[in-house]
Design a protein around this ligand. Structure first.
Ligand code: GDP
Length: 555
């Protein structure tokens, strides 16, 4: 039997009185997302973090009998079949830092899980907007991989501070300096290691903690536990003892630390928060090496929730009236209930279950009777929550990613920018007589932001065109059509690879051109789908007056 402590909010401890309690609670929160290329070890790290926060008695317990395909954050059938994470969850746990950098502190950690597959980068992007910080997880043997690179750039673009974790140091891989150089060169972030590994990749003995000027402060020696199922015991040694114990391996780490200091690669809080540098840790999520240090780094160095600017550039402080942003809508999490959950990230104020909030996009009241926190498949009802927390609202059909909820003074936060779609397909119902249901289902998936839905008069309503960032989104649509709406559908890929924003005037000429078709998106935008970039260049040259604007670029 898996023993899981239900996530709790620290409401009981909050001092009474408006504002003050919220400020205290907000200051305790650290909300972050882990981003990585598939297989870098995100699920393993998630479990290791939960283990350190003592939510789960044994890391292995959540693996289940069938191997590691049923971890805390994976649940859909499709995920299991492919071994990838399609949907995302939010985990919350209490953690008392060990005081690596400052006095031991009680914190509430919110981990927003991200889908790792490249096809779901749009989803990943939305999830990133819910965090105050990102942990970039890298497989030390592989270094930067395409997906990592893209997400890194998104964070950098948005000014989200990034902590880098070089994972799998227990396996033979590349050298410390080579990996660090790659980050500097390919992303333009200055890597500033907080720790350096003692022992080459594949011979992970422990870590050297770097002092403020990069001098070796201490050696933390790890001991392996059976199967990495429990917290790895640590021994802390001063540099002298470290040298006596590890000899050359210690010397190498100390020299690397000196070298990094000479090139200015020491941690600087301001530059980190400004998104210019990235603190680096070396770890083995599987062995639980360096995981506690990551938690302490989050507690001591990562930013707590801050307020946000609204669409009128008015700043809402964390202590103001309640407000939250919906960043993700997820359906089919529980096939038994067929429900639909809107995840909101609280921006300001205190949330209490049952309170009636205003949905900024419609101006309508919205009751929050069914608010929940999620922990994998397990849910618990949340009674109160604070800035930085993620709360799931069950069957909140009106809510879509980017929407704002509030009480008191009205507020609306800027919408979440969309990625430009690059894959297009026509969707048709293959079961006869299900048109009404088909229509309803499409509207539903559209409002959730699963895909963008495009229509034009020529194709008609029965065969809408779906626009996606990655082709797997089409499979999600057909799977959900079957399971949730009992409509069998079939999609056929269209030979377009680009979308450009256009206007009614240009549309007439564009529709006459080969390899181009104009559609209306649900939000009213006119989009021209184009076969390829050469076609686009040709049209732009032939008809320079036509409107063909790139869609909002986020990366
Ligand atoms: P995800 O796709 O990023 O969620 O990666 P997983 O957590 O599923 O890990 C992918 C594979 O790498 C699994 O076989 C893990 O057991 C393995 N793995 C994860 N972390 C480590 C680590 O620190 N060391 C080693 N040797 N293997 C790891």
């Amino acid at each position: 039997v898996t023993e899981i402590d239900q996530p709790t909010t620290a409401s009981g401890e909050a001092p009474r009185g408006p504002g003050s309690g919220v400020a205290v609670e907000a200051a305790k929160r650290r909300t972050f997302a882990v981003i990585s290329h598939p297989d870098a070890g995100k699920s393993t790290l998630t479990e290791a973090l939960a283990l350190h926060a003592q939510m789960i008695s044994q890391a292995g317990a959540v693996h289940g009998k069938a191997g590691r395909k049923s971890t805390v954050s994976d649940w859909m059938e499709m995920e299991k079949a492919r071994g990838i994470s399609v949907s995302s969850t939010a985990l919350q746990f209490n953690y008392r830092s060990a005081g690596t950098y400052s006095e031991p502190t009680d914190c509430v950690i919110n981990l927003v899980d991200t889908p790792g597959h490249a096809d779901f980068s749009e989803d990943t992007y939305r999830v990133l907007t819910a965090g105050d910080c990102a942990v970039m997880l890298i497989d030390s043997a592989k270094g930067l991989e395409p997906q990592t690179l893209k997400l890194f750039q998104v964070c950098k673009h948005r000014g989200i501070p990034i902590i880098t974790v070089m994972n799998k140091w227990d396996r033979p891989g590349r050298s410390v300096l080579e990996l660090l150089d790659e980050i500097g060169e390919r992303i333009g972030l200055v890597p500033t290691p907080l720790f350096l590994p003692v022992g080459i990749a594949g011979d992970f003995k422990g870590i050297l903690r770097r002092g403020t000027d990069g001098e070796p402060a201490e050696y933390i020696k790890f001991t392996r536990t059976a199967g990495g199922a429990t917290i790895a015991p640590e021994v802390h040694l001063d540099p002298e003892k470290a040298l006596a114990t590890e000899g050359e391996d210690w010397e190498t780490a100390a020299e690397e630390s000196e070298l990094l200091s000479a090139t200015g690669q020491d941690h600087d809080p301001q530059r980190f928060l400004a998104g210019e540098t990235s603190p680096v840790l070396f770890a083995s999520a599987m062995l639980n090496f360096g995981v506690r240090q990551l938690l302490d780094t989050l507690v001591d160095l990562a930013p707590p929730p801050r307020g946000r600017d609204d669409i009128n550039e008015q700043h809402r402080e964390v202590t103001d009236d309640f407000s939250a942003v919906v960043f993700k809508v997820q359906a089919g999490m529980d096939t038994a209930h067929r429900d639909r959950i809107a995840f909101m990230r609280i921006v300001s104020g205190e949330f209490e279950r049952g309170m009636v909030v205003t949905h900024a996009q419609t101006g309508r009241p919205f009751t929050t009777k069914y608010a929940q926190t999620m922990f994998g498949r397990d849910r618990s009802t949340v009674e109160s929550a604070y800035p930085g927390d993620v709360v799931g609202l069950v069957n909140a059909t009106a809510l879509a990613p980017g929407h704002t909820l509030y009480t008191g003074k009205a507020v609306e936060y800027p919408p979440i920018p969309q990625f430009a779609p690059e894959h297009f397909a026509v969707l048709r119902a293959t079961s006869a007589g299900k048109y009404k249901q088909f229509r309803k289902a499409i509207d539903q998936l559209d409002s959730e932001g699963v895909v963008q839905v495009l229509r034009n008069d020529v194709r008609g309503d029965a065969s809408p065109v779906l626009a996606a960032v990655g082709p797997m989104q089409f499979e999600v649509v057909t799977a959900r059509m079957t399971t949730e709406f009992s409509v069998e559908t079939q999609f056929d890929r269209l030979p377009y690879t680009l979308a450009r924003r256009t206007d009614a005037e240009s549309a007439v000429e564009l529709n006459r051109q080969r390899g181009i078709e104009v559609f209306t998106r649900t939000d009213g935008a006119l989009l021209a789908l184009i076969s390829d970039k050469w076609r686009l260049q040709f049209i732009q040259k032939e008809f320079p007056k036509l409107t063909l604007e790139p869609l909002v670029a986020t990366a």
